[in-house]
Design a protein around this ligand. Sequence first.
Ligand SMILES: O=C(O)CCC(=O)C(=O)O
Ligand SMILES: [Fe+2]
Length: 319
Amino acid sequence: MDITVVDFSSFGLGKAEPSAKELQRLGSEITRAFTDIGFVYLKNTGFQQQNVFKTMEICKNFFMLPRDTKIRYARAFNNKHQRDGWIERETERLNLKHPADLKEAFNLTFPIIKWPSAKDAPEFKGSMESFFKQCDELAHRIMKPLELGLGLERDFFINKHKLIGSDSNPTTLRALYYPPVQKSSVLENQIRCGEHSDYGTFTLLFQDENGGLEVMNRSGEYVAVPYIPNTVLVNIGDLMQRWTADILTSTMHRVKLPESDDNSERQSLAFFVHPDNEAIITCCDGSNKYPPVSSLQYVEYRLAGTYERKKSPASDVLD
Ligand SMILES: O=C(O)CCC(=O)C(=O)O
Ligand SMILES: [Fe+2]
């Protein structure tokens, strides 16, 4: 199983809308990939690889801060409407059958109250804000051909994603850091990111050169999804699968441990696209295969399962 690479140069960031024929081509190719495996690599999106790596480096500087500093920016777990901030290692478990994930993360979900100060993390705020904006623009550019590919009316998806980057939409930019792993301290079945499917519309994923991401193929085997320079990996989320009455596929994936104690770390940036809070998601083919659900209700229900009931870092810093 190979994940298709689609050339998105005709509608990359900053480009005018291409001809109807070209948009149709993009739509057919992307829709085919999302129908088959639920993942596609887009190349020439307008994202500069160097800028992606620079953003990761700025994030790494944050992750390298002492715990006492990072804890000041920890995500609160006592308020389900406040999901931004730092998430300590082994706090989340994306697969409930496995021990907690060997990763830490920083969420940018609006409203953002946990920005690290410029003193603690120079450039972090500006860099993440600008990355968020670029992701938002690319997400909207992907929706247009997708509407065409699925034979939906123009703006079908766009109209339900008007408030990205505000308190009325749960879309999240997440910086992930997977620290080096000492095999001797790893619990049974513990990996960097447990097998899961994403929750929302779709996800834009930017990986570094350290592998580990794997996707389940149709035979139920996990296969590597390597980093390809100058591409953005896009995958369908569960809400989109439901929205399209299972035409598009939300596929299980995971991040495995490095092969040996080779001190390799991993970083990624994930942009989880969700419809606006109040959007009601009803099967787009009129089949009513799944009952209508509000975007916010759905994401809150899914997120509730992700966190362990153990003492969370946020309880150290109730503010
Ligand atoms: O870090 C990665 O490459 C994947 C992370 C992921 O799948 C997720 O956070 O949903
Ligand atoms: Fe994921």
